[in-house]
Write a protein that binds this ligand. Structure first.
Ligand code: HEM
Length: 263
């Protein structure tokens, strides 16, 4: 018997079948499987099982900082106040705004002050980004300090987290050093005298005072060599070192039983 007209697939049905087949072929391809690792929700035949949920965390570059399992109390914002995370976020903001500022700044005694002035007056968003960088620097000192106070209040420095407390103290020192080295870069009176006072104080270090002062100033008196030295410390060396210590810090948070200890 001849098929009735209703048995023929409509154009919409044919299009739907074709698109389902294309998606099916794509999901089964080597290319797709090389991008999405086992357990990914985008893989063919994904099922919502505990094993696949663990895979999503373990195999994703975005999620692997988080543990596969989190204690219920640990995700309460009111426990950590997210102060560690906030410190990290501010650090990222400082890096992004800092890179912007680097495009318009030359670290020499002759150019630095003028560059900051033209950054504020002639560069689009220059004043805004400079202020974001400055305020974020103040905020980071505050949030790191409050994070430390939170950790102390909860006794989260106790075993097995003693080592991470020590890493934290190093992070606090590095945060303060980043703040202080950045202070000289505008090359204004405030910066010059703050650094003069700071390096004079460090000149009183027992035994090696004169040498410490010489190394910090890049000479006998504050000048363009000091500026270059502090610039390299501020934009390269200290950020590099702090990132390494942050990585160790986050890794230890995970290994010591996750955030929000001890409970
Ligand atoms: C750049 C500075 C820092 C960053 C970015 C940072 C980041 C973090 C993050 C994201 C956490 C996990 C959850 C949280 O409490 O928010 C954490 C936990 C911790 N931090 Fe920091 N931190 C910094 C400085 C410090 C300082 C100064 C100390 C102490 C001297 C410290 C000691 C600890 C300890 C002991 C933990 C584990 C706390 C727990 O398990 O409850 N950190 N940190």
């Amino acid at each position: 018997m001849a098929k009735s007209i209703q048995d023929k697939p409509t154009i919409a049905e044919r299009l739907q079948t074709a698109s389902t087949q294309t998606v099916d072929n794509l999901q089964g391809s080597q290319f797709w499987n090389s991008v999405f690792r086992p357990g990914s929700v985008f893989r063919k035949g994904y099922t919502d099982s505990p094993r696949n949920r663990s895979y999503v965390i373990m195999n994703s570059v975005l999620y692997h900082l988080h543990p596969v399992k989190v204690k219920r109390h640990a995700v309460k914002v009111s426990y950590t106040l997210c102060l560690g995370g906030l410190s990290f976020f501010i650090f990222i903001l400082l890096t992004v705004t800092g890179i912007f500022l680097m495009f318009f700044y030359r670290p020499t005694a002759a150019a630095a002050w003028d560059d900051i002035q033209s950054l504020q007056t002639a560069v689009t968003f220059g004043l805004l980004v400079r202020n974001m960088h400055r305020w974020a620097a103040h905020l980071m000192v505050l949030s790191v300090f409050l994070h430390m106070a939170r950790v102390f209040y909860h006794g989260a420095y106790k075993a097995p987290r003693e080592f991470n407390w020590v890493i934290g103290v190093i992070l606090l020192k590095l945060t303060l050093l980043l703040s202080f080295t950045g202070y000289l870069l505008p090359w204004d009176q405030l910066a010059l005298w703050a650094v003069t006072v700071g390096t004079n104080m460090m000149g009183f270090t027992p035994v090696l005072g004169d040498q410490v002062k010489f190394v910090l100033l890049g000479g006998a008196v504050i000048g363009t060599d000091t500026l270059l030295r502090w610039y390299v410390l501020h934009v390269l060396m200290l950020p590099f070192v702090i990132v390494i210590f942050m990585a160790i810090h986050f890794w230890r948070v995970r290994k010591d039983g996750g955030i929000s200890g001890p409970l």
